[in-house]
Design a protein around this ligand. Structure first.
Ligand SMILES: [Zn+2]
Length: 419
């Protein structure tokens, strides 16, 4: 079988679709339509997806998405669990949430921005699945284009072959990390703080119980406030890992912090819990063993972020076995715990905290070996009172100011202890 490392023009791809291991469709050359506009990154408007539907059963499922212009697309597969990835140029999804309700072969369908002019749909399948046919057709009224994707249930051996034959690294952006240097360059004298707004793009995070607000918007609004507040402190330089509705993988978040020479990393979240009555803030640090069930469940869900976005899990980097890194990690861990304590003492009596507000678990976003890191759950979108606060700019301002006090205090002790 011929792997599709090269681009196939559509009529050719169509003929090969049943056999092709992946389909990279470019423009339908024969269509009497203007070329699709350049990507938004070049100043043009993104594609608009304005309608969609899914139909089928457990053997065959068809997905149809309507666009304002002819979309370029490519299709890939990821295993464990089985996912079909449809990559698109930057697309604004003006879809009713129910229009892509999963059915047939698929039990979850997600879509959103992946950053740098790219968007993606991730179809999570119940079992091994193959796209047997995919094409772009002009609408009959001549007002747009539809992407039609047909998928079929296949056996595991065939799926393994599809995976083995496809030439795809799994990331939209090159996120390859070189072996990290232990002492990245930092701006002279400045204390650099990375503020990481949890989720983004295709990964919406939790959904508010009353207003249905997505966590990714709450975390970004708070992170922006926090950066502005920290930047008013003398000697502190704060920055955002993402400043838009875009997806960043968990390793990319850590990588951005390291590249900018961060002295601290704070990841901001507002997740949901099954127990709707639980509310209040929590500060998490990393550990191999979770402090409790709640922390373990939350870390497991947070660590799903890359899976949601269709990124294959990378194996642990080789340097984890390195003894120098191990020593650095232990030292960093002690500083992370100091930061968590500083945040909690700053919040006490001012901001609602859950019982045992310092917890720990294996959050992948907290694994920079050399940057003290905490994950701050501001509150829970599953609790209506917390949700109301999280959407209140005055409350966010108050929390930002208390965090700035905590960072300042942490910095004083860290400097005193040579950190
Ligand atoms: Zn979250």
């Amino acid at each position: 079988m011929k792997p599709c490392a090269t681009e196939l023009h559509w009529p050719q791809a169509k003929r090969l679709a049943r056999r092709a291991v992946c389909v990279i469709a470019v423009l339908v050359a024969t269509m009497a339509v203007p070329l699709p506009a350049a990507r938004a990154a070049d100043g043009a408007a993104p594609l608009l997806a304005y309608g969609a539907r899914v139909a089928g059963d457990d053997a065959r499922t068809r997905l149809v998405i309507e666009f304002d212009r002819s979309p370029e697309f490519s299709i890939h597969y990821v295993a464990n669990p089985v996912r079909v990835i449809i990559d698109l140029p930057e697309t604004s999804f003006g879809l009713k949430p129910e229009s892509l309700e999963p059915r047939g072969l698929f039990d979850a369908i997600r879509y959103g921005g992946m950053g740098e002019g790219a968007s993606r749909l991730v179809l999570s399948a119940k079992g091994p699945t193959e796209v047997t046919h995919a094409e772009v057709k002009p609408e009959e009224d001549g007002k747009g284009f539809r992407l039609i994707v047909d998928a079929e249930k296949i056996d595991r051996a065939r799926f393994d072959k599809l995976l083995g034959d496809q030439q795809w690294t799994g990331t939209v952006r090159a996120a390859k990390t070189d072996r990290p240097a232990l002492a990245p360059a930092r701006a002279p004298g400045a204390f650099v703080v990375a503020i990481d707004a949890g989720h983004g793009g295709i990964d919406t995070g939790a959904i508010g119980i009353v207003t249905k607000t997505q966590e990714k918007h709450v975390t970004l609004a708070f992170a922006r406030d926090l950066v502005a507040t920290l930047n008013r402190e003398a000697g502190i330089e704060a920055f955002l890992t993402r400043d838009g509705d875009e997806f960043l993988s968990l390793p990319q978040r850590v990588q951005i912090a390291r590249q900018k020479g961060a002295n601290l990393f704070i990841s901001v979240h507002a997740d949901t819990l099954k127990q709707k009555d639980i509310r209040g803030a929590t500060v998490y640090t990393i550990s191999d063993k979770a402090s409790d069930h709640l922390a373990a469940d939350l870390a497991a869900r947070e660590n799903l972020s890359d899976e949601i976005a269709g990124i294959p899990l990378e194996s642990e980097p080789a340097e984890v076995a390195d003894i120098l890194i191990d020593l650095t990690r232990r030292e960093t861990q002690a500083f992370s715990v100091n930061l968590a304590r500083s945040v909690i003492s700053s919040f006490e009596g001012q901001i609602g905290l859950i019982n045992n507000p310092h917890r720990h678990a294996g959050f992948r976003v907290l694994q920079a070996p050399d940057i003290p890191s905490v994950l701050l759950e501001l509150g829970f979108m599953s609790n209506k009172d917390d949700e109301k606060q999280l959407l209140d700019p005055a409350w966010r301002k108050k929390v930002s100011e208390l965090l700035a006090v905590a960072v300042r205090r942490y910095r004083q002790t860290a400097v005193a202890n040579g950190g």
